[in-house]
Write a protein that binds this ligand. Sequence first.
Ligand code: DGL
Length: 279
Amino acid sequence: MSKNSSLPIGVFDSGVGGLTVLRALRERMPCEDVVYLGDTARLPYGTKSTNTVSRYAVQCAAELVRREIKLLVVACNTASAVAINPLREAYPGIPVIGVVEPGAQAACRATRNKAIGVIGTESTIAGGAYHRAIHAIAPDARIMGHPCQLFVALAEEGWTDGAVAEAVAARYLNSLFHPASGTENPVVPDTLVLGCTHFPLLAPAIRSVLDRAVVIVDSAATTAETVYAELARLGLTRPEEGCGATVYLTTDDAARFARTGSRFLGTPIAEHDVELVDL
Ligand code: DGL
């Protein structure tokens, strides 16, 4: 492992969704340099097989490792859910942190009735990674997973609020949070994990169909805290001075990355700051 604290943190996602995690990393560690790779040419990962996502994830990691990084953040729920072990095996010298375990920890801290809803892409929910991560912490938790693939397209399109987003949210979530009257012993989650990097943008639409008491868990902040703790443990944090730089890499169409990415990051990304790479 490189013990050089001045190296950047490497972050990758299937596209621009991971910029919600980058935003949290930036807030927690403003002095760190970051290289962010969005594999937009092959988005979405959420409908692809485990083998394909693992192969893509290892290729993304290889590009970042080639540029020299001190830690790898898998800022994609789907890749974290299915490829965290292949990535750790491929790069034993580099700490690899995904978003699933921090999200599971945050959910277990938030729930009071031990009933947790998890929404994500088809692949994340089908793979059961959140179930395993939550049960490792709270074996008696009841977990209700639900794929919400259309949320990804809505977030990409910028249709994150208003009638369409709220109608889609209601269609996906009503059966989970508002069971039909007459249902015997309904268990309603008091916590909902946004198990996809795109979903934080839809939080207001999702909130519109939930009772006020339901806690929405977005793993970005918890992931940033986990990354900070790991860097500190390894003595790899940068001195807290100056402002860290971000390099943006994408596998397709820098202009589109800059345009849609700015929405996810919450601050503008200039097209000329985005480098096109071929994996
Ligand atoms: N980044 C993916 C995730 O967090 C969502 C987009 C995709 O399906 O690739 O699961």
